[in-house]
Design a protein around this ligand. Sequence first.
Ligand SMILES: C[S@@+](CC[C@H](N)C(=O)[O-])C[C@H]1O[C@@H](n2cnc3c(N)ncnc32)[C@H](O)[C@@H]1O
Length: 286
Amino acid sequence: MMRVGFTQGIQRVGARSFATNRVWRSEGETHFGFREVPKTIKEDLVREVFSSVAKSYDVMNDVMSFGIHRLWKDHFVSKLDPGRRPGGEPLSILDVAGGTGDIAFKMLDWATEIHNDHQSKVLVVDINNDMLKEGEKRSLSTPYAGTRASFLQQNAEILDKVPDSSQDLYTVAFGIRNFTNIDAALRSAYRVLKPGGVFACLEFSKVDNAVLDTIYEQYSFNVIPLMGQLIAADHDSYQYLVESIARFPSQDKFAQMIRDAGFDMTGAGYENLTFGVAAIHIGQKL
Ligand SMILES: C[S@@+](CC[C@H](N)C(=O)[O-])C[C@H]1O[C@@H](n2cnc3c(N)ncnc32)[C@H](O)[C@@H]1O
């Protein structure tokens, strides 16, 4: 397992129905799941989805992924191996689209338990205040509330409240596919990282086995929205979530987008998890 240690180195808009799969789009449009919508409203639609799912988000993640998202997240954190090294400075970490704080708390636990680091900090950034509120609530049952974990509402594409070259590590887990302008977010990530800083993304990706891909697609489109309906009384948000996964670029294409933002990547630049259901992409600002 490779580790990245820090010493080394249109349908009617607003109608929540998603039947149309239109592939062409005009310049002022982008995709929201399978719908083409004006770029100016995607942010609001995404906000609406996550406000709607915020309270059930953690439970639904476990149910939909049979708990596998926890294994992926644990692997992501262990691969990054965050924590202050002997003689080194504590780390400044940005967890973007951090939502309810899963990755942030796992990174702080890792730094504390593995590196005996009680100083490194994580700033959780998210566009959605309802998700952040859930995260802040959760932080109260951790040792990090008000000290090592803080929360900021901000669009990842802008990040103007985060100074240039200020961060050692930028993480984004299951968030980037929701952004309106992924390239802008990657450029912001590059800007806020220190030279030597690491960009790390965990995101749903493309399954690399045809049989599994068919089963996965059936499960995604037939079961997940139904579970959303039954468990969270919210079919449409979960329909959007599976559509947004289907629309996200392939591993190789996304790796190229990261390179285009200026990052250096070793090898292919990514690791597939569970046959590519999810993938980790890592880049470094040289
Ligand atoms: C699926 S959740 C992931 C939360 C968390 N990272 C996790 O792994 O459990 C996606 C998050 O991305 C956030 N998000 C979507 N668009 C965003 C943007 N443009 N800037 C910042 N956060 C955004 C949503 O509000 C939501 O909290």
